[in-house]
Write a protein that binds this ligand. Structure first.
Ligand SMILES: NC(=O)c1ccc[n+]([C@@H]2O[C@H](COP(=O)([O-])OP(=O)(O)OC[C@H]3O[C@@H](n4cnc5c(N)ncnc54)[C@H](OP(=O)(O)O)[C@@H]3O)[C@@H](O)[C@H]2O)c1
Length: 178
């Protein structure tokens, strides 16, 4: 199973503008369309509870949204089995579960805390990163402050508008345990 981490970031590596959660306020239409397409085409989508709470994810028979939280009971009323599920499994256990079920691809859509926990466990195969030509100075980075040593290799890039928004894809070459 290929595990893909997807983010949109400013040039200074911020995935939230000044810490505000609404990403659509600063991302290009081209990235928003691209992200929508990726979600539409992804059967299995994983995220942290903060990312889930910051956006709207409608249940659909075409998708299984997995929301990671230490408190799955808190979300019981929002659960739709097979479509929106809440779990307190670790990234390792979650990945092993879907791998054994025969899934070919898992997309991790953030946020930074969940992304970091997958990267720390060496579970990410590709990073799909959109770079918006903006600088915010403050805001969350897509990885939180831990020591990592990961080398990647550019496998795709595309300039998608006049301003120069870049959609990139990187494969993880080496992810050394720290
Ligand atoms: N620019 C982008 O591409 C992008 C993408 C995604 C998100 N975002 C932004 O990022 C912000 C949210 O990011 P975030 O880092 O605060 O939250 P997050 O990673 O979405 O969620 C973190 C929360 O998930 C739960 N959790 C359960 N298991 C976990 C594990 N193994 N590792 C980490 N967390 C685990 C914990 O909450 P509980 O246990 O308390 O439930 C934790 O506080 C939002 O503002 C969102 O808009 C930006």
């Amino acid at each position: 199973m290929k595990t893909i981490l997807i983010f949109v970031s400013s040039l200074d590596g911020k995935v939230t503008k000044w810490g505000l959660s609404n990403v659509r306020l600063w991302t290009s239409h081209q990235d928003q369309d691209y992200y929508k397409n990726v979600l539409n085409e992804s059967r299995l989508v994983v995220m942290g509870s903060n990312t889930f709470n910051a956006d709207t994810f409608k249940p659909s028979a075409n998708h299984l949204f997995i929301i990671m939280t230490r408190h799955p009971d808190k979300y019981k009323s929002l659960e739709v089995p097979g479509q929106i599920e809440f779990t307190n499994e670790s990234p390792v256990a979650l990945t092993a579960r879907f791998k054994s079920k025969g899934y070919k691809q898992m997309v991790v859509v953030g946020g930074p805390h969940v992304a970091t926990s997958f990267l720390k466990e060496q579970l990410i195969d590709e990073l799909w990163l959109t770079l918006e030509p903006k600088i915010f100075g403050t805001g969350g980075n897509f990885v939180t402050g831990v020591k990592l040593d990961i080398s990647l290799h550019l496998i795709h890039f595309e300039k998608v508008n006049k301003q120069g928004t870049l959609i990139t894809k990187y494969a993880v070459l080496k992810n050394k345990a720290m």
